[in-house]
Structures are given as C-alpha cells and as structure tokens.
Design a protein around this ligand. Sequence first.
Ligand code: NAD
Length: 335
Amino acid sequence: KKLGIALVGLGSYSTYQLAPALQDTQHCYLAGIVTGTPNKKQIWKEKYAIPEKNCYDYENFDSIKNNPDIDIVYVVLPNSMHADFCIRAAKAGKHVICEKPMAMNVEECDAILAACKKAKVKLGMGYRLHSEPYTQEIKRLIKEKTFGEVRYVNAEAAYYSGGNPNQWRLNKALSGGGALVNMGVYSIQSLIYGTGENPIAVCAQEYSTRPEYFKDTDETITAQFKFKSGAVGHMMTSHNINANKLHVNCSNGWFVLEPANNYGPLSGITSNGTKFNFPHESQQKLQMDDFAKHVLYNAPNLAPGEMGRRDMVIVEAIYRSIAKGGSWQVLSLGA
Ligand code: NAD
C-alpha cells in the first residue's frame, strides 16, 4: 500500500523539492493539496492529476478528516502556521510531518506533541538528512568510535540572503527568528549527531552588519556547546555568509562533511584520506518513504516530533544566552 500525502502550503519547498520527490516515492504519493491560492490549485491539479475532492484551502482544511485518500498531512507553511495546521491535522486523524523549525517556541511544540498523542497519530519532522547516507555514515563513525572519542565539533549552516527584505523569513511574527531558526537548526542537528549526545550547556553571540536589511531577525549567530563526555562544540549560522560544513575532531583523527546539509550530493572525507562515496538520491524522497514505513510497518521514526522540540529548547537557550550577554545556559535534555 502507498499512503496518500497532502502538502499544506505550495511554496518553493513543496514545488521544487517535495512534489517532484513524491513522483519517485515507493511508500507514499502526492494525493492532495492545501493552498490559499486558487491559481496554484488549478496548476497543481493538472500537473499532478489531483482530484478536486482532494484539494483544500485553509478554511475548509478540517474536512480532510472525511477523506480516506489522505493518510499524512505535510505542513510546509511559514513557521508561525506550523502549530495551527499540525494540530488541526492531528484532530482530523491524519499523521503529520512538520517542517523545520517545528514551531515558534517550545510551548507550541508541546501543543503539537500533545495533539498528536491525543489523536494517536504519528508525528515526524521534515529533517531530511536523517534519511540520507552521508549523515548516516557520520552517525556510524560516531557510534563505532572509528576515530576514537569526539573532542571537538564545528558545524556551519548559513547562506547569504539578499532578496526581498519583506519575505516572511525576515519577519519575526511569521518566522519566529532569523538565521538561527532557519539554518541554525541544521548546525544544532549536526552538533548532536556529530557527537552522538545532547549538549549540557550553551552560550552564544549575535553579530549584525546589515541592520537596514535584517530589521527584525538575527543575521549571524555563533554558539559554543559543552557535552557530558567532555566534547566541545562550536556552531555558526547566518543569513549573511555562505557556509555549509560539519567537522568532527576525535582522539585518533577527524572527518568532515562539506557540504553537510544542502540537498546534496553531499561530500565527505576522513583524516586517512577516505572519501565518502554514496549514490545520490533525493533526500526528500528517502525522508517521506522512511516516514511512510514508520506509519505502515512501525519502522523507526528517524526524526520524531520530540527531536524538533529538543532543538527548539536549544534555540530558546541560545536566544536567552544572547539576551543575557552571552552567559552559559544549562540544558537539561537527557542523553
Ligand atoms: P515559501 O515562502 O516558498 O512558501 C510558503 C508558502 O506558504 C507559500 O505557498 C505561501 O503562499 C504560503 N503562505 C501562507 N500564508 C502565508 C503568509 N502569511 N506569508 C507568507 N506565505 C504564506 O517558503 P518555503 O521555502 O517553501 O518554506 C516553507 C516551510 O518549509 C518553512 O517552515 C521552511 O523552514 C521549511 N523548509 C524546509 C526545508 C528543508 O530542507 N527541510 C527547505 C525549505 C523550507
């Protein structure tokens, strides 16, 4: 059986990544759309042969509960709309995939988790890298301690933003934050799978060089992390710098992914000169198939909602540290 996915929000990520990937998925397919733009509905209906009864707008979305064609609702809207649509999807009895960042704050993440639990539906994050072989190789090297104990990890996820200054990503009411909630989430994720553990404390700094463009949201943030094992981490995220890297330094060598978190193909090398070499497939295809297998066959949920919440706890601690002049913030995330 193939599960039916409805994409909510037909912006650039749905248009150029998710919908094309859903043409190749084996365990799910593009069954429906939810859009606020009638013109897009016509285009998508024709392009992907989506029946009228599987097309919704933001107002009639809740009636999706009566539609057996839709098993999974994938929320791909501006961040401020994630909680509302994830909760409505759960109430409609649909499994949910939520794009990153999970929501505007930890409180909203808790509300999404509670709604999914109450409705007994599965919740996954759009963290595509967990289904991707280069990232899985990093996790394997860490788990098997191939290069010994991790001592230092550096993660960079950033891009130069020079487009429309009024885009929702630069509007805090719609985004919840700037570079940190957009690309910074990848740096946080990299630090965690690059050490194999959750951080126990963080301190952070913010830099602003183009305040006329970044009126409302953070431009560049660096943060330092302590881990229980003694490992030390550093991250950088920015809307003003192009960078995309994960560097793990261990007691007996190192390994690097660069790029580490774009749509791929990724590239990696170790201190003994071995290049990572995996066939490239759409990360989004792998991610949506992994989630569908979780729903269908109880395969592991590689990026559960709790992971999205954990990252939001770290995001809030970073903003808190900056507000308190860069002081260390203790994190109680467990192992
Ligand atoms: P986008 O701006 O291209 O699309 C946003 C969509 O939301 C548009 O279709 C727009 O019409 C709709 N929308 C509804 N209400 C809106 C409002 N008030 N303001 C602006 N747009 C509104 O954005 P995107 O790049 O597709 O990002 C959507 C979500 O996907 C975000 O949460 C983003 O972080 C996430 N994303 C994830 C990845 C990834 O690699 N996992 C990549 C890109 C985006």
